[in-house]
Write a protein that binds this ligand. Structure first.
Ligand code: SF4
Ligand code: SF4
Length: 284
């Protein structure tokens, strides 16, 4: 064996030996001083949706699982989780499940391209925030939905469709109430409301009735007919805009008195639709 081969063999032996010793030392240090990982964290994480939507108030599902294991969060705080999974988490933690008041998002605008006037042609980036930078957007109503799908792209559950008529619509059966779309909409048009709310005023413009009628045929014109029919406990006026009291909503029948059709009763989810988180709902 010549000197060079001998040197190489020694180098391999030395490196292997050093690596083994260091590995042993690290292992002993971790065993003696390392933090114990709560095995429930992984189990809880497996019971969470894994969408990392942040609706629970934590950075993601892992952070929420850790907070649950340390008693720093309520199992019901995840708006996206199923009742069965919440029950299993409660059983794992040995706590009682709190009350859940499921919420869903609703886009408070009904003025699609067939019913609301466009003031200009926008040919820029397909994004509502970008469109807002160009003279506030192309829509005649400066409070109306721009229909460019910023909310739909923000939704981790593909629950928002931009319809062929150019308006955002939430599919309640897929919406978990995580609120991502609420934060994404530059027009502040999306609100989280109780999932069983029977009616909504699909208008967000506070302008006077005549001004709104000039740009949209389904605007709230502030006629107060719904307030008279339901009582002020159920619907109140905010200037020229009727606002549903979601803590004490009117019955769905009140929608019939609205002369413009901006007060709409909640429609049941389409029977043909199935939950497929991979589907693409943006048609813009
Ligand atoms: S529609 Fe909004 S609230 Fe509902 S799941 Fe999508 S982002 Fe969340
Ligand atoms: S509701 Fe959606 S599509 Fe409409 S303006 Fe807001 S982000 Fe854009």
């Amino acid at each position: 064996m010549n000197a060079q081969v001998l040197q190489a063999v020694w180098a391999v032996v030395l490196l292997t030996g050093t690596g083994t010793v260091l590995g042993l030392v690290v292992g002993i240090v971790v065993k003696l001083f390392g933090a114990e990982i709560d095995p429930r964290i992984e189990e809880i994480e497996g019971l969470l949706p894994g969408a990392n939507c942040g609706g629970c108030g934590f950075a993601g599902c892992v952070a929420f699982a850790e907070a649950l294991a340390h008693g720093k969060a309520e199992p019901t705080a995840c708006p996206s989780n199923s009742a069965a999974a919440v029950e299993r988490i409660c059983a794992l933690l040995g706590v009682a499940a709190g009350t859940r008041n499921p919420k869903v998002a609703v886009v408070l605008c009904g003025g699609d391209n067939a019913k609301a006037r466009q003031a200009a042609l926008y040919n820029g980036v397909v994004d509502c925030k970008d469109a807002m930078l160009v003279a506030g957007g192309a829509k005649g109503c400066r409070f109306g939905c721009l229909g460019l799908g910023t909310c739909a792209r923000a939704c981790p559950f593909a629950a928002i469709e931009i319809t062929a008529a150019g308006i955002a619509r939430v599919h309640r059966e897929f919406c978990t109430g995580c609120g991502k779309c609420v934060a994404a909409c530059p027009r502040n048009l999306i609100r989280l409301v109780p999932a069983d709310a029977p009616v909504h005023v699909l208008c967000s413009s506070p302008e006077k009735g005549a001004a709104k009628r000039g740009v949209c045929e389904v605007a709230c014109i502030g006629c107060r007919k719904c307030v008279k029919a339901s009582g002020e406990d159920h619907i109140t006026m905010n200037g020229f805009l009727a606002v549903v009291n979601y803590d004490n909503p009117p019955t769905a029948e009140v929608a019939a008195v609205c002369p413009t059709g901006c007060l709409v009763a909640t429609t049941p989810p389409a029977e043909t639709e199935t939950a497929d988180p991979a589907r693409e709902m943006v048609h813009a």
